[in-house]
Design a protein around this ligand. Structure first.
Ligand SMILES: [Zn+2]
Length: 382
């Protein structure tokens, strides 16, 4: 039998090892057997509606059948791709060491080496149990969000469904105590499914909302991607943080349409937005961007830098010029069309000098709490 196995839905076999993705957010590409305890594991990646901009920055799988204490070698391959139409050697590099965990253990960085020549990550894992998990970063799934919903009991409204039939919701936490001119803050999470770090940020953020503010949360912008192990495009290949200037199309981009409708109806009702923020992850960059010469943006940048683990690699900046049709992101649209104070933040998943380590679930959650506190302090002053 050919050693190369197509491995899409549930299970594939490599010698004694079994590799599976039959759980929320599970994803892997083609897997082949090198030897009994050594697999080549392709990262599936995802391309856009035109087959361009392939990004391979999500994998999440279970390995079972390993003998307890025996070393398993996993080569993560098929990494190169494109970003904004520029070819690259992959979003997964030496700076983004994979994570692994024992069946019931915490996520930790996996032992192994990055080989820039192929490129590939060769992991050498010696599990104590017969089953372990590997992922790009610690996953934050719909189940995690449902737990949060149970705890916090937001007022949830559904504004549409994803292509996969999952609800696009807005969660409201009205902490204004009926104060008429209370500040309104909108925060958006997971436009890109792989960016699970922002899921953990959102968790800490929503658990620590300061009073006096109407908080409007878009908690899950790409529920299909989060559930099915997507990277940065919806099921039709559309980037949910581009295409905000494209014609509304419920057959291609219902997720954007739902969120756009929620925001536009809010504004059409004569209601204000004091601050809008969309949260993202990158490999190594960390920054805040928004409208040009924004006092609010500069103050938020400075407050976060001073009092949280935000560790920016550049000053506050603006890039509101849309680079071609269908390329507007949510803040370019909100600022360009509606003149709203819309910001986008990138948080690195690689090494943070300020933390002295890579961010993890706890530091992300703590940052979320700090972010809510600093936003509140600023908008309550205005
Ligand atoms: Zn993103």
């Amino acid at each position: 039998m050919n050693a190369v196995l197509a491995c899409s839905a549930v299970v594939c076999l490599g010698g004694e090892l079994k590799l599976s993705t039959d759980f929320a957010g599970g994803s892997v590409g083609q897997v082949s057997t090198v030897s009994e305890l050594h697999l080549r594991v392709g990262v599936k990646g995802q391309a856009d509606q035109d087959g361009r901009n392939r990004q391979a920055s999500w994998y999440s799988f279970r390995v079972s059948g390993a003998g307890k204490g025996k070393e398993v070698i996993l080569d993560l391959v098929d990494l190169p791709g494109e970003y904004n139409y520029q070819a690259n050697r992959g979003a997964i590099t030496k700076d983004t060491r994979p994570y692994w965990r024992e069946k019931n253990g915490p996520w930790v960085e996996a032992p192994g080496d990055y080989d820039a020549a192929e490129p590939k990550w060769r992991l050498r894992i010696q599990p104590k149990g017969s089953e372990f998990y590997v992922a790009h970063i610690p996953p934050y799934t719909q189940k995690s969000l449902e737990l949060l919903r149970k705890t916090l009991k937001p007022v949830a409204e559904t504004w549409g469904n994803s292509l996969g039939g999952r609800q696009i919701e807005v969660w409201t936490f009205d902490l204004s105590k009926g104060k008429v001119d209370a500040p309104v803050v909108w925060v958006m999470f997971r436009q890109h499914a792989w960016e699970a770090g922002t899921g953990w940020v959102g968790d800490g953020f929503m658990k620590n909302l300061p009073p006096g503010i109407v908080w409007k949360i878009l908690p899950q912008s790409d529920p299909d991607g989060v559930a099915e192990g997507g990277v940065r495009f919806n099921k039709a290949g559309y980037d949910l943080n581009r295409n905000w200037d494209a014609v509304n199309d419920v057959a291609k981009r219902p997720e954007i349409l739902a969120e756009k409708t929620a925001i536009e109806q809010w504004l059409a009702g004569g209601k204000k937005i004091d601050l809008f923020l969309s949260l993202h992850n990158t490999e190594t960059g960390e920054y805040l961007e928004g409208p040009p010469e924004s006092k609010l943006g500069r103050e938020l940048w400075a407050a976060l830098k001073e009092r949280t683990t935000f560790d920016p690699d550049r000053e506050y900046f603006s890039r509101m010029k849309v680079e071609g049709a269908g390329r507007a992101n949510v803040i370019q649209w909100l600022w360009g069309v509606h003149k709203q104070p819309a910001f986008l933040m990138e948080l690195r998943v690689g090494m943070s000098k300020k933390l002295g380590e890579r961010p993890g679930t706890e530091s992300w959650s703590a940052f979320g709490a700090g972010l809510a506190r600093e936003i509140a302090a600023l908008v309550l002053l205005r």
